[in-house]
Design a protein around this ligand. Structure first.
Ligand SMILES: Cc1cc2nc3c(=O)[nH]c(=O)nc-3n(C[C@H](O)[C@H](O)[C@H](O)COP(=O)(O)OP(=O)(O)OC[C@H]3O[C@@H](n4cnc5c(N)ncnc54)[C@H](O)[C@@H]3O)c2cc1C
Length: 451
């Protein structure tokens, strides 16, 4: 029987006594000492009424069956690094699959690796390093496998090895009605298509099978430039990226101007351990502007995806995403205006293209394969950021759901072009007809009336 203090902290609307016995031991309520560690995500504050922490797919099914009887919000969480995803809530239930975090080599010759959604990409990189392998993931070791591998995965090996979803060979999910399903090219191929780009709306992923690539040590260059000539710098960096071979993937970050000065921090990974190749690849970047800092290392990929931080998110992040083919003079002029306004504290452009563009636009639910760049801007408030972001929309061909926080249906139409969206809605109606999974983006009736 829970203590009086625990009972007093309980939230209205939830029938705590009906929590299945198998889930009670690991479940966390607001009055529980473990609550502070699980209430919020990395970027978002939360106050859920109950965090269920299933330990296997059968328990995930039980958690979903219980959650569906409760008239409160439902969130799904793997590692809590969601920017778009609301993997926490206020007064609702979180189904947290962080305990499903194993990393296992299934087939050494085929480099086939089975990974739980609760594993983090830093752990995956570290586990694969002794094999001389890597799975293209993101730039940050704390990000969870579950959120990233269901949406895309734009990372430091992207131009050489594609999106994370491009390395996916099978995924296992528990559907809203509790049915466990496996999806691959051979099994439930419609679900497999949709799960690679929009898996967050279809079920709770409980395992991913991914083909790793042979990756040894890589070149990692952090070059910092004076970028006072912001538009010109962005154009030159964009041209250098597009002229580079696909073993080069570069990210660029600009923050608020300080004393009127703008600096650009670039992080470039060269998928080679050969010092001469690394230096040759960096030559075009070194000449982009006045260098104010530089560090070049040869490190394992695991050394590039930086370590994890505890979750202490507060409030709601405001982020805007856009994908585009070229950093044109018109785009870079608008981007410079945004950066110099001080309304974005974190503006990032990631190189795409290369292997990402080898995949046909209709092969997965991530259709924007012609984009060479992903742009994201974080701001303190939506209205203030959108004053500068809205005029930039005309430059974009689409957006990446994981970097967008605006839940307006138009954003989904930008993420999924018309034919992709039609096909996705059809799969959604088949696998989640009651729209149980809507905590991230809502692909329910508000988007397109049920036909
Ligand atoms: C610091 C930081 C760096 C990032 N870097 C990159 C990057 O380099 N490349 C990139 O592509 N993205 C990056 N992202 C975005 C990231 O991919 C997404 O936010 C992703 O959702 C995080 O995964 P998670 O499991 O940690 O998220 P969570 O917060 O646990 O989940 C986010 C959402 O994903 C869905 N979801 C989570 N788990 C499951 C599951 N098991 N089954 C079905 N749906 C699920 C849910 O809708 C949930 O609301 C970054 C985010 C942060 C905060």
């Amino acid at each position: 029987m829970p203590s009086l203090a625990i009972r007093a902290a309980r939230r209205d609307g939830l029938d705590y006594d009906a929590v299945p016995a198998s889930l009670r031991g690991a479940a966390v309520e607001p009055g529980d000492a473990r609550y502070a560690a699980v209430r919020s995500g990395y970027m978002r504050g939360g106050a859920p009424g109950l965090v269920l922490r299933p330990g296997d797919p059968a328990e995930v099914a039980e958690a979903l069956a219980y959650a569906r009887t409760q008239p409160v919000p439902l969130s799904v969480r793997s590692a809590g690094h969601g920017i778009s995803g609301r993997s926490t809530n206020d007064g609702g239930i979180v189904v947290d699959v962080s305990r499903l975090n194993t990393i296992e080599v299934l087939d050494e010759a085929a480099r086939l690796v089975r990974v739980g959604p609760g594993a983090r990409w830093g752990q995956v990189a570290a586990a694969l390093e002794p094999h001389g392998w890597a799975i293209t993931s993101g730039d940050y070791g704390g990000v969870g496998v579950g959120g990233l591998a269901t949406a895309g995965g734009i990372g430091f090996l992207g131009r050489r090895h594609g999106l994370t979803i491009d390395r996916l060979r099978a995924v296992e999910l528990v559907l809203a009605d509790g049915t466990p399903v496996r999806a691959s090219d051979a099994e439930n191929p419609d679900l497999f298509w949709a799960a690679r780009g929009a898996g967050f709306t279809l079920g709770v992923a409980t395992a991913f099978e991914l083909e790793a690539a042979p990756v040894g040590n890589v070149g990692f260059a952090q070059l910092v430039f004076d970028a006072g000539d912001t538009a010109g710098f962005l154009q030159r960096w964009g041209a250098a990226v597009q002229a580079s071979p696909r073993d080069v993937t570069s990210f660029l970050i600009m923050g608020r101007p300080r004393g009127g000065e703008v600096v650009a921090q670039t992080m470039t990974v060269i998928d080679s351990d050969d010092a001469d190749t690394i230096l040759a690849r960096l030559q075009p970047f070194a000449g982009l502007g006045a260098l104010v800092g530089q560090a070049v290392q040869i490190v394992p990929y695991a050394g590039v995806v930086s370590p994890q931080d505890p979750h202490q998110g507060q409030g709601e992040p405001v982020a805007r995403s856009g994908l585009l083919e070229h950093l044109t003079p018109a785009f870079t002029a608008d981007a410079a205006r945004l950066i110099h306004s001080g309304e974005t504290y974190f503006f990032q452009i990631r190189a795409m293209g290369g292997a990402i563009a080898d995949v046909a636009p209709d092969a997965t639910a991530f259709a924007h394969r012609s984009a060479n760049f992903s742009v994201v801007a974080f701001g303190a408030g939506a209205q203030r950021l959108d004053r500068f972001w809205d005029p930039m929309r005309e430059h974009f061909t689409g957006l990446y759901v994981s970097f967008e926080t605006d839940r307006h249906p138009d954003r989904l139409r930008e993420a999924f072009p018309p034919r992709t969206l039609d096909r996705l809605l059809e799969v959604k109606r088949r696998y989640d007809p009651e729209n149980v999974f809507r905590d991230n983006f809502d692909l329910g009736p508000a988007l397109v009336p049920v036909r």
